[in-house]
Design a protein around this ligand. Sequence first.
Ligand code: NDP
Length: 245
Amino acid sequence: MSNRVAVVTGGSRGIGRTICTELAKCGFDIVTCYTRGAQAAEETVSCCRELGVEAYAYQCDVSKEEDVTGFFARIKEQFGRVDVLVNNAGITRDDLMLKMSEEAFAQVIDTNLKGAFLCSREASKMMLKSKYGRIISISSVVGINGNAGQVNYSASKAGLIGMTKSIAKELGGKGITANAVAPGFIQTDMTAVLSDDVKKALLSNIPRKALGNPEDVAHAVCFLASEAAGYITGQVLAVDGGMSM
Ligand code: NDP
């Protein structure tokens, strides 16, 4: 019997790469995508293959409809199924609202929110055929609490939570669950740009008194992707050391 298939967007590094390898450890074949990091994405693929599963990485900008339809057409041709979709691809273009350009707002919404919509729509077509699916979107603590300097990013992450609940209501009767994972501050390229002072200030607001690792997020995703989580849908699982309490 062939493996189940997990599609993880933005798997070339950071949280996405770790989600790919942790899902591979659970026995999923992996398909991931990236925009620029072809070589890094191939490293993710190699790590997954070493774990004994099939893995592929394709260039696909999730904010572009033609890229996303092409990406899923390829997956359909290759595997004929998608069991798990992880909407992980995300960007930041931070600035205070008064200084934020329309372009910075649109870029973040298009990648983080529209991208997840386009991927969920295409993946669910295949999930509906098999009457089984797990759609997991990586939101953020700032989608729950907001954050100064991130009106675009927090709006996109809050939007993912609303979208997740709507998908859960639309597709719950068809064996498809939709959930969101809301990480706090996780050590990746995205947060490496923060100064030590900012990190220190953040730590003072985290009850667990530590920044998170990509593994912390990936383990939550693996649980929501599992058979064991079949009765959980429309939920937001915070992986934030208690930050959003
Ligand atoms: P990184 O910046 O380290 O990685 C982002 C990944 O997304 C890369 O693989 C990148 O590949 C890919 N990507 C970016 N834009 C696109 C696009 N348009 N189409 C396809 N792929 C794209 O981010 P993190 O690993 O830190 O974050 C992963 C997710 O977790 C994001 O959604 C982020 O918002 C969320 N998150 C992160 C937190 C953190 O503290 N790090 C906290 C809360 C949420 P390439 O460069 O090749 O395009």
